[in-house]
Design a protein around this ligand. Sequence first.
Ligand code: UD1
Ligand code: CA
Length: 454
Amino acid sequence: MGLSVIILAAGQGTRMRSALPKVLQPLAGRPLLDHVLTVFRDVGASDIAVVYGHGGDAVKAACDGPDIRWVLQAEQLGTGHAALQGAPDVPDDNRLVCTFGDMPLLRASTLRSLIDQVGDDELGVLTGHLDDPFGMGRIVRDDSGNVIASVEEKDANDAQRAIQEINSGVIIGPGKRFKAWLNALTNDNAQNEYYLTDLIGMAVNDGVTVRGIMTDDAVEVMGINDKKQLAEAERALQARRVDELLAQGVGFADPARVDIRGELRCGTDVYIDVNAVFEGNVTLGDRVHIGPNNLVRDSHLGDDTVLHSNCHVEGAHTGDACEIGPYARLRPGAELANNVKVGNFVEIKKSTVADGSKVNHLTYIGDAKIGTDVNVGAGTITCNYDGANKHQTVIGDGVFVGSGVNLVAPVEVGAGATVGAGSTITKPVEADQLVLERSKQKSVPGWKRPTKKT
Ligand code: UD1
Ligand code: CA
């Protein structure tokens, strides 16, 4: 039996007080809606409809995929009305799940168990227990514990308001009947809205069993309405990620002071100090050590590599046993081989640095190819840009570049050459030679330093 899902995402999200539609607010670096889509793809939903309204074009642009049907709800008349917009194209023989675009912490395993525990002909609702259920729909059960209704805060009586079991918003049922119930909804309630939750009463009336399946982790059913809840959800999701990594043996100085906005994969005995931020796809080899205050985005650090404090690493790839920082910047296309050292205030962009080479202080390396065992002195700059085009610098194996050298590209320094400090190199340097480009030092005898007029 196929699985269809309708994700409701047409609400304005006014409480976010943001120009960005609610479902595009970022959680761990990805739109809320994207988290929801991932979970449904993980359980194998074959037909995904997203009901959009507010900020539709931006939502489509950010989250589009070949498996998504986009359905407009021009006027927001309630969750039931929203679900109805996506219903006509749902195959009768499929099971249908409705869920909310603002519920990003739901786990695929929880959804899977809801799908498995509810029979093909039954209606199922995912519920949670909240200490403070204010504002949520309350799950009403009969004396035998069967779910008979979900009542909105504004429609509830005092006894119902005291109920702490809440409706998450995730509801599953047989496609054909689900569609018939949606078509029969009315808006006869305190908010004059078409409530998706009224399906529960309809199913009961039709003699269909309704199962309320409760999650043990209330955070999963958290709906995100404002920035405070968004921040809470961010911490909850980060804690979940760090727990997974701790279980895999990754060490953290403080599990609460790390942020993973993407995919982080680690080898054995990796250690991560405080305030590390990982974005995009990051892989760390065995025994990698991440010092405090580092940003690492879309990069790979090889085994035994040490990233000292305060570095910015993006689109970089290192081999084994490299040492980077403190205060280094690796930009896209920085490719370091093994045992490479990159020190403080060094920027490397679109360049390869071969085994054992050192670029230790205050240097810019851009569009360069550096051989093995090269030493680049402090304050050396590859002048790679002529104002219109970028040019390459090639430095052969075993070259020693003194301090304060300008390498005006395109230029090539032959293997084993030595470039004297302060030189501006504009012509090819032959292998194994000393090259110097420097004006003669002058002394002016008897010169007096000016003094301030009184
Ligand atoms: C809803 C549920 C409530 C549940 C709670 C869980 C109903 C009637 N109420 O209440 O039982 O406890 O969520 O968080 O179902 N939406 C549309 N079109 C609309 C209205 C809403 O697409 O016309 C979307 C919103 O974008 C949002 C979701 O549906 O993603 C839920 O809407 P919201 O207004 O937040 O419902 P709640 O009042 O929180
Ligand atoms: Ca909500």
